[in-house]
Design a protein around this ligand. Structure first.
Ligand SMILES: [Zn+2]
Length: 300
């Protein structure tokens, strides 16, 4: 009996390890977000980022932007697991910090918007040059960079009962997937394969071209708008749940096959969200690390 119980609890533990809830843009999505951001850094912020990155990153922020996904199941970092997403009330299609930003035990601020606030306010202390050991600035940079990507993935601000689409099984063309995964990964990978010869550099070039002198050129100023560095993440979460309702969940039935029509209409949204995440990450880092005149007032 005891052995059986042990065995079943071991199986439960194994299942928890083997079937984790997925968290965030695929590697490609995070890499793109961080590469775009790093390309937009002003000299002071670029120097701070380089200084905070460990040597083995060779100055490349994007090489460590998936780190928070890799460590989220480690004992030491298990507390970060709820920080990758926000669960909102089913079908409400709205987000409110005070109502929704908590973990499953109701602990406040434990969601992706709260995490962005937390790590942003930690990074603000970087310029003080204090020897304050409460904060690990390198980790704060990596978490902020990762979560700025996650909060722009519409299904990361999804409904509670389906875990942001994770429990909605669908087919993506011919293989099995789920709705959350379609937005994390499938749309990006299909786009890379169909239009960019699986070359991430080409996709990045196109996204950057779109906002430097292309279809998003006129929008970038509004993407960067942020009156209060610590609450702007709420705006991004709001955008995400609206997109999740309008484009993510819309018309999708469990078991359905999603293919050309869904891909064609959703791909532009995924691309825009990745670009927005990059532009906004750069905006935050430029303010936090940059010239004291404007940045510090906004951040304090
Ligand atoms: Zn994540």
């Amino acid at each position: 009996m005891v052995v059986l119980w042990r065995l079943s609890s071991l199986l439960v533990a194994l299942a928890l390890v083997l079937v984790p809830r997925t968290h965030g843009w695929s590697k490609e999505g995070h890499v793109l977000t961080c590469r775009i951001a790093q390309g937009l850094l002003e000299p002071e912020a670029a120097a701070a980022v380089e200084n905070l990155l460990p040597d083995y990153a060779n100055g490349d922020l994007s090489s460590l932007c998936v780190w928070p996904d890799q460590i989220r199941h480690w004992y030491k970092y298990r507390w970060t697991s709820p920080l990758h997403f926000i669960d909102t009330p089913d079908n409400a299609c709205s987000y409110e910090y005070s109502r929704d930003c908590h973990d499953t035990n109701g602990v406040k601020d434990m969601c992706v918007a709260g995490a962005i606030q937390n790590f942003t306010s930690q990074l603000v202390h970087y310029r003080e040059g204090t020897s304050d050991r409460r904060y690990n600035m390198t980790e704060a940079l990596l978490f902020l960079s990762h979560f700025m990507g996650d909060i722009h993935q519409p299904m990361h601000v999804g409904f509670t009962s389906d875990e942001g689409g994770n429990t909605i099984s669908v087919r993506w063309f011919r293989h099995k997937s789920n709705l959350h995964h379609v937005w994390d990964r499938e749309i990006i990978l299909t786009a890379l394969a169909d239009y960019y010869e699986k070359n991430l550099d080409s996709l990045q070039e196109e996204l950057v071209g779109n906002f430097t002198d292309g279809i998003w050129f006129d929008d970038v100023a509004s993407w960067e708008e942020c009156d209060d560095l610590l609450t702007c993440s709420n705006k991004y979460a709001n955008e995400s749940i609206n997109l999740a309702c309008k484009w993510g969940y819309k018309g999708v039935e469990p078991g359905q096959t999603l293919a050309d029509e869904y891909f064609g209409s959703r791909m532009p949204i995924v691309m825009k969200r990745i670009a927005q995440g990059g532009v906004r990450l750069a905006m935050v880092l430029n303010l936090v690390f940059g010239d004291s005149q404007h940045g510090f007032a906004a951040a304090s």
